[in-house]
Design a protein around this ligand. Structure first.
Ligand code: SF4
Length: 391
């Protein structure tokens, strides 16, 4: 039987471009919505057929902004997934959603398509920050979107927040976190602002109109978030991700696992297929990626050609380094001896005994029974740890 696969569907459309974003996404391409989804469906069907309709363990519709698409088009994309892959009835199916593009009927339509998890791009609950970031929505609209999603029946919602804006006051960040916590989402993803080349933000920085984000300032805001979210009952299971958890007690059933099952596949270095313009895939120690321009993607697929733009075979040394760098991002879980042996036939000490010893001595890594993981200090200095495992 073939390995279950995580499926990623890229929707490269947005209502407008945010100042900091360098994702493969475009505004003003509404005329390409239909041909794009037709091509996406074709790519999905052909990948499923080549592999004999394997199990699709998760589906993640990302972008871009999937919620700019009419529900009928998202329905077509999901129908292609179900036709080409065996999708379990309880498989996690996530859609990203942008508060400026959603309302209760839109969420209800997503729910009726079988989407059972939302990742809402709130970014901030401060209107001045949202404006600075070039977002198309206000804080009130972000909150209204969350409430509309709940009313439509979503019981697994993640909020994305950005921190580390130049001059962002800790008090403003704490207000954003407090407002997010007050909504009681099941999951939160927190990202530090980075200035990506070619973005409007990079141009503003280059022209002296905006300051560069500062690492020490971002670290302070990150620690504030770690403390506030822990106090609110969220478990940090990855460097940038928190989920509500709760074990079984005599009078309480265990809570569902709200960690993002799709992203766990990436961190555990398990196989996934990405569909759409610029999407990346990983299977059998090979990584490949599609052409980025939307129209080239469409015409290649329409001509019956592959959308693949490039690929790389991953040798064992690189693969082992990746397994450490990705696995150590998982705060509690870390990298397990058993997983490494199963994937590569080699144990932790044999592969990285020297590096692990050095990092343990510096208080950045800890050895537990059958696994290694970051210490609380290692979590704050992750880059110093990861560099040790770079091939
Ligand atoms: S909505 Fe998201 S994907 Fe679209 S431009 Fe903004 S940050 Fe990028």
């Amino acid at each position: 039987m073939s390995t279950p696969l995580a499926l990623y569907l890229h929707i490269p459309f947005c209502a407008a471009r945010c100042a900091y974003c360098d994702f493969n996404t475009y505004a003003g391409l509404e005329t390409l919505f239909e041909p794009y989804i037709a091509a996406l469906g074709q790519e999905i069907r052909s990948a499923g057929a080549q592999r004999g309709r394997p199990v699709g363990r998760t589906i993640y519709i990302g972008g871009g902004t999937p919620t700019v698409l009419p529900a009928e088009l998202l329905a077509q994309a999901l129908a292609a997934c179900r036709e080409a892959f065996a999708i379990a009835p309880d498989a996690e199916i996530t859609s990203e959603a942008n508060p400026g593009t959603v309302d209760r009927p839109r969420f209800a339509a997503l729910r009726s398509l079988g989407v059972n998890r939302l990742s809402i791009g709130v970014q901030s609950f401060d209107d001045a920050e949202l404006h600075w970031l070039g977002r198309i929505h206000t804080a009130a609209e972000a909150q209204a979107a969350f409430e509309a999603a709940r009313t439509a029946g979503f019981d697994n919602i993640s909020l994305d927040l950005i921190f580390g804006l130049p001059d962002q006051r800790p008090a403003t960040w704490m207000q954003t976190l407090a407002r997010a916590i007050s909504l009681a989402p099941e999951h939160l993803s927190l990202y530090s602002l980075t200035v990506e080349p070619g973005t409007p933000l990079a141009e503003r920085v280059a022209r002296g109109l905006a300051a560069e984000p500062d690492d020490d300032h971002a670290a302070l805001l990150y620690e504030i978030a770690c403390d506030m979210l822990a106090a609110a009952g969220y478990e940090q299971y990855e460097i940038s991700n928190w989920a509500r958890t709760g074990g079984a007690t005599p009078d309480r059933l265990p809570m569902p696992d709200y960690r993002c099952q799709h992203n766990l596949v990436y961190w555990r270095r398990e196989p996934y297929l990405g569909f759409g313009a610029g999407a990346h895939s990983f299977e059998a120690e090979r990584r490949w990626w599609n052409v980025r321009p939307v129209s080239e993607y469409i015409w290649r697929i329409a001509e019956g050609r592959s959308a693949e733009a490039g690929s790389e075979a991953i040798d064992q040394k690189t693969a082992l380094g990746e397994a450490m760098m990705l696995g150590l991002r998982l705060i509690g879980e870390g990298v397990s001896e058993a997983r490494l042996v199963a994937q590569f036939g080699i144990g932790l000490e044999e592969a990285f005994g020297r590096q692990i010893g050095r990092l343990a001595q510096r208080g950045l890594l800890e050895r537990l029974e059958g696994r290694v993981r970051l210490t609380p200090r290692g979590k704050l200095l992750g880059n110093q740890v990861f560099v040790e495992f770079m091939p």
